[in-house]
Design a protein around this ligand. Structure first.
Ligand SMILES: Nc1ncnc2c1ncn2[C@@H]1O[C@H](COP(=O)(O)OP(=O)(O)O)[C@@H](O)[C@H]1O
Ligand SMILES: [Mg+2]
Length: 369
């Protein structure tokens, strides 16, 4: 799929902007603080329903304006056209329309337009706590499967209720008998989530290994492994019974702590280069390249699951790749619409520049060129 055009009104530092995109390569050039990331963010919100930079939706509305308005026209590989439109007001109230029809749940957006963003903060994926890696897994799988998305929401609801109950058991030990009902429900949803994650991480391992070998000229082997408390991942039933067993085994500890200590909400992703944990031992450059390899793998995974390539947004990250790595990237991205931001074209390979639609941005305005 690709974005044909975007119309932006009163969004961040933009008054009004209309921009057509090339179906392959697009470069957005501008000095710092001119609106490059804001533009990618406006696109991103049309796919995820929220920003990657703020949880306060009203931040997206231009200062002193009532509401931001963005309209994105996309075309699928089979020629089908779709429009996503959203409005956000100064009280953070937001409204999304797909093909002119109001949607009630953000999850309905996720199937409409598939986007992958790579930006400097993505290093967190490697370096930070497991929370970031779970977020990554959840976000990607939610894009592929709305069922997964609703399973996660439901799982978290049950988990919260179980945790509430755990806190009460200290004072009312009789309540312990009612835990079984929650454990059964939690294990049911949990097993579905774990099974889906296992398949995703297996795919991720296989595909990212190939991509990483190509961007490092075969010098590094990347491995990604699922780190979960469940040991027997054979099928839904084995996972579910293992979860129930572990929940009951941990019960005294959990009552003392007041929260549930086993389950997919504690999962992690182990990322290794040449067999060694990259989180603890990788150089900054290795970590960055690994993060990029993982992101690029998602492109393939989405293609396999959804049938068409997603759109790739690269915010200020190209300059960090040396030219030979950029060259490998260009082949990986042959059929993927890519929107790149940069402060300086000198950071980019000539092949990119000649094949791209170049847009210069200054202070929220497109410059003629
Ligand atoms: N709600 C807003 N209203 C007006 N301007 C904003 C708003 N939010 C951010 N900005 C401005 O946007 C600019 C930053 O844009 P950004 O896209 O991050 O720059 P860059 O081109 O470096 O990626 C800053 O000048 C900031 O003051
Ligand atoms: Mg920026």
């Amino acid at each position: 799929m690709f974005i044909k055009s975007i119309i932006i009104k009163d969004y961040r530092n933009y008054d009004q902007l209309r921009l057509n995109f090339d179906r392959n390569l697009n470069i957005i050039i501008g000095d710092n603080a001119q609106g490059k990331t804001n533009l990618l963010e406006a696109v991103y919100v049309s796919g995820f329903g929220k920003s990657f930079r703020t949880i306060k939706d009203s931040d997206l509305v231009k200062f002193n304006k009532k509401f931001a308005h963005v309209k994105v026209d996309i075309e699928h590989d089979n020629g089908r056209q779709e429009t996503i439109e959203y409005r956000i007001n100064e009280q953070s109230k937001k409204e999304f329309l797909v093909n002119g029809v109001n949607i009630t749940r953000i999850s309905e957006l996720l199937g409409t337009i598939n986007l992958i963003l790579f930006y400097p903060d993505d290093l967190k994926l490697i370096k930070d706590s497991p929370v970031e890696r779970r977020k990554f897994i959840n976000r990607e799988l939610s894009h592929i499967s709305t069922l997964y998305c609703s399973d996660i929401i439901e799982y978290n609801r049950i988990l919260n209720q179980r945790n509430e109950l755990l806190k009460k058991i200290i004072f009312k030990p009789d309540l312990k008998d009612t835990l079984d009902i929650w454990d059964e429900q939690l294990a049911e949803k949990g097993a579905k989530i774990i099974l889906r994650r296992k398949k995703f991480i297996d795919d991720l391992d296989r595909i990212s290994k190939e991509i990483h070998a190509s961007v490092t000229d075969g010098k590094e082997t990347l491995s990604v492994a699922y780190n979960t408390s469940v040991k027997n991942l054979e099928n839904y039933d084995t996972i579910k019974s293992d979860l129930i067993f572990k929940l009951s085994k941990q019960i005294d500890v959990d009552v003392k702590r007041g929260f549930t200590s086993v389950g997919p909400h504690r999962d992690d992703l182990d990322i290794l280069i040449n067999g060694i944990s990259i989180k603890s031992f990788g150089s900054q450059g290795q970590q960055r390249t690994a993060a990029l390899s993982l992101k690029l793998s998602e492109i393939e995974i989405i293609k396999q699951d959804v049938g068409e390539y997603p759109i790739l947004l690269l915010d200020d990250v190209m300059s960090e790749l040396d030219l030979s790595r950029q060259k490998d990237l260009i082949y990986t991205l042959k059929n993927v619409q890519t929107i790149i931001t940069t402060t300086d074209v000198k950071n980019l390979l000539d092949e990119y520049i000649s094949a791209s639609k170049i847009t210069k941005i200054k202070n929220g305005v497109v410059l003629d060129h």
